[in-house]
Design a protein around this ligand. Structure first.
Ligand code: URA
Length: 241
């Protein structure tokens, strides 16, 4: 990989700014001053320094956000705050994207990464990765609904969903607290599945994607990098390719 690319990825500025650092002889590879910004290096084995500080290079970034209500799942938007507005500046140069989509009023687990392959794998319905949501629904959810969801629900546009796992957690008056697990993510899917059974979702929060559980230490709006164990699970998906 070219040294200017490595440094730009690692947060030392734009390609142009990085070339200035090289021109001023601030960059060394294995102790030798770099004069050619096109120099090929292996960021995993070569020791790269800027102002004699060692560069830690990371190709992929994987973040967990506890998405608060009020943010749209997009990389940028003229009118609304996006989930990328919650990502600390240190990650700005990584060209991150959210994995899948949560509605503006949906809360909970959102992964954000620059690993396009993983992003696709987690969202592709073909991979059958279970996404778990907690929902408060207006109406009394019964075993009949559990059965209907298990067989798939026909949505307003005629699409029949893949089987979903619905679990009743608690019923209070005319409100039900449920868990729902899906392997696909059609537009407003959970809300539309309940609509199709004459119920309304009042609150929705994603709690799990595959083996990755929303960290209960993260307040809404907080973000943390995935742990080594969580990344290992993502890597295991690539192995199954
Ligand atoms: N289903 C929905 O209806 N909304 C979401 O945000 C996610 C799943």
């Amino acid at each position: 990989m070219r040294i200017d690319q490595v440094l730009a990825h690692a947060g030392y500025g734009t390609r142009k700014q990085v070339r200035q650092l090289i021109k001023r002889r601030y960059v060394k590879v294995n102790g030798d001053v770099v004069t050619n910004h096109g120099l090929h290096v292996d960021p995993n084995t070569d020791v790269i320094t800027v102002h004699d500080d060692e560069v830690t290079y990371q190709k992929y970034v994987y973040l967990m956000l506890n998405k608060p209500s009020g943010y749209i799942t997009a990389t940028h938007d003229r009118k609304h705050l996006t989930v990328l507005d919650l990502v600390p500046d240190q990650y700005v140069h990584y060209r991150l994207s959210p994995v899948g989509r949560l509605d503006k009023d949906t809360e909970g687990l959102l992964l954000i990464t620059n690993d396009g392959k993983i992003n696709h794998m987690l969202t592709s319905p073909k991979r059958n990765i279970w996404k778990t949501y907690e929902a408060v629904v207006s109406g009394v959810v019964t075993e009949k609904h559990v059965e209907q969801f298990r067989h798939g629900i026909t949505l307003d546009d005629g699409y029949k969903t893949k089987p979903a796992r619905l679990t009743i957690i608690n019923i209070e008056g005319n409100r039900s607290l449920v868990n729902i697990m899906l392997t696909e993510g059609k537009y407003h899917q959970v809300k539309r599945m309940f609509q199709a059974t004459d119920m309304e979702v009042l609150y929705l929060k994603r709690t799990k994607i595959g083996d990755i559980q929303l960290d209960d230490q993260l307040d809404p709006g907080q973000i943390r990098p995935l742990t080594a164990e969580e990344i290992a699970w993502l890597e295991s998906l690539k192995e199954g390719e």
